[in-house]
Design a protein around this ligand. Structure first.
Ligand code: SF4
Ligand code: SF4
Length: 364
């Protein structure tokens, strides 16, 4: 059974918000070809034809803001997949800032079983400082979309960027999400800029530890009362301690080709590295399978992975393997490793939970 997962940018880096830490704006800044247009019909059809060579296909849409391509883009995409597919199993996901989502979008998501990721940076005071549109905070708009998803029983999760502004509110954020029935949370660290390791909102290894320590304390209290909130890093660790593969790319220290499809058909190996020197080719002239194995892909997969001086005598090296190479400035330097500090206080508890969790909790 051949599986493929594609991360598609129908509107490239176009966005209707100006989040202050936007990593894809930084990626675009590092490309010669900026401001790509919306994906055209020819590219959509070529993309679908390529994808349908596989048996099991996951189409994930992201940006920028993918909904700027318009609902008609997605209707055409799903219609074309349904028309062309034979026995393939197809699933869909979309990551959105939530601003444009209305009842029509919700109906579409429901009908086509989309998993919807909604970006929310915890509580109002943090979110409105960073996730802005025309100079104004967007918290109320995003919460409206989350409530709509809850009411209409859309399969959704919340994606929260752990920025330097958010760290001190970790416990408040956990409690706020719980109070608002948000039970599936993906936390992703805010990264320094690609080429110069700086960024006002980027996380340091010390902040990484503090944030996850605080979240873990709340989460662990709930676990003891059989209340389970899904948190991406914790699920990965539970998977690892259960002898299964974690879901997050890089959680075991190895890059894989992720197939990032830009709106003009250019293909990149990773969302963090969608820049010229890593481009694998263009869909209109290359197959996905040939791009996966070409010279640029090999270069990306085998380039040097930064490690800390601390790794050489770290007891967690077989859990971590240095983690995702793009995350390293957030995780460690040569004097301190936030990931190791977190594992130190938590690994025994994760290990114990992992022993019983498969029966109790919905780990797939
Ligand atoms: S850089 Fe990180 S996210 Fe990208 S392919 Fe490598 S491990 Fe995965
Ligand atoms: S936990 Fe930190 S010190 Fe240990 S192996 Fe991973 S990156 Fe290295």
């Amino acid at each position: 059974m051949k599986h493929i997962s594609l991360l598609i940018k129908p509107a490239s880096s176009l966005c209707n918000m100006n989040c202050k830490y936007c990593f894809y704006a930084d990626v675009e800044h590092n490309r010669l070809n900026k401001n790509l247009k919306l994906m055209n019909y020819e590219t959509i059809n070529k993309l679908i034809d390529e994808a349908l060579k596989y048996d099991n296909i996951h189409f994930a849409f992201q940006g920028g803001e993918p909904t700027l391509a318009g609902l008609s883009y997605f209707e055409y995409f799903v219609y074309t997949v349904n028309k062309k597919k034979t026995n393939q199993k197809v699933t869909y996901a979309l990551q959105t800032n939530g601003i444009l989502i209305d009842k029509k979008w919700i109906e579409f998501f429901k009908e086509n079983h989309f998993l919807v990721g909604i970006s929310l940076d915890g509580i109002k005071i943090v979110h409105n400082k960073i996730r802005v549109m025309n100079g104004k905070g967007t918290f109320d708009d995003v919460m409206r979309t989350i409530k709509l998803c809850q009411k209409e029983q859309i399969n959704y999760n919340v994606l929260t960027v752990i920025s330097s502004s958010l760290v001190k509110y970790a416990k408040d954020i956990y409690k706020f999400y719980k109070k608002n029935n948000i039970y599936n949370i993906q936390f992703i660290p805010c990264l320094p800029e690609l080429e110069n390791d700086s960024g006002k909102y980027a996380l340091t290894p010390e902040m990484y530890f503090k944030f996850y320590k605080d979240i873990f304390e709340e989460w662990y209290k709930d676990i003891k009362y059989n209340e389970y909130i899904s948190i991406s890093l914790f699920e990965d660790l539970l998977m690892i301690f259960s002898g299964k593969l974690p879901r997050t790319c890089g959680a075991l220290g190895q890059c894989t080709v992720q197939y990032i499809i830009e709106s003009n058909g250019d293909v990149y190996p990773c969302d963090f590295y969608a820049i010229d020197r890593y481009c694998l080719g263009n869909l209109m002239s290359n197959t996905l399978s040939s791009m996966k194995n070409n010279e640029n892909a090999q270069k990306f997969l085998h380039e040097k992975h930064p490690i800390s001086k601390l790794c050489s005598n770290c007891e967690f090296v077989n859990i971590c393997h240095g983690n995702c190479k793009r995350m390293t400035p957030v995780l460690f330097n040569d004097h301190y490793c936030g990931y190791r500090a977190f594992l130190n206080i938590s690994y025994k508890k994760f290990y114990d939970i992992a022993k019983s969790i498969n029966q109790k909790y919905p780990l797939k």
